[in-house]
Design a protein around this ligand. Sequence first.
Ligand code: PGA
Length: 255
Amino acid sequence: MARRPLVMGNWKLNGSKAFTRELIAGLKSELKGVEDCDVAIAPPVMYLAEAESALAGSAIVLGAQNVDVNVQGAFTGDISTAMLKDFGAKYIIIGHSERRTYHKESDEFIAKKFAALKEAGLVPVLCIGESEAENEAGKTEEVCARQIDAVINALGVEAFNGAVIAYEPIWAIGTGKSATPAQAQAVHAFIRAHIAAKSQAVADQVIIQYGGSVNDANAAELFTQPDIDGALVGGASLKAPAFAAIVKAAAQAKA
Ligand code: PGA
């Protein structure tokens, strides 16, 4: 089954109002006429309003880097699904390894965020992936299965209909040390098979992005792999030419 690729930029804790306007202007001009790839950006929530107006008239979709499980009330510092929707955000990253590490987010808590997003009609981008130590101990598949099963156990496999998984080996994030295309493909195939064991139909449509030091030089080869449906891009998403080159590589490889 042909899956439409999705390339998403995760700006992390970077940017300003001016940066948001300039980067989006650059992306709009670089990506003119590129149609065979879905494109999303996740700026810091502070800049969603700036981004929403800068994106007017563009096919680039807005996303966010996190969301809370609560809809409203006395939850100081949190951001709800409704607030994200208010700015037109659609693809919402949850379970990023940086949040799992720095904010002690558990698999069960992340499954609750997944549920909140589905309930709101937003698209969860569920990040999973093993640490370097887990990789060296041969635990990659075990870790990925556990992180996916937390969602399946809470919500059923059908929750992955219309959802996105980002396989991001922690040792490859921000290190310049991307997984090789063959390494990444092997894990992506495992993830898809793991879901297919519960539902082939769900597995066939779920978008599985690769993330971890994707750049304009290594993207094309990663996208030749059959189970790599796009990328979640950190560092390289902060420069319009590099991010646009990754989008174009996906559009070309998957056309
Ligand atoms: P990176 O980050 O592309 O800078 O490695 C990817 C991510 O953390 O989503």
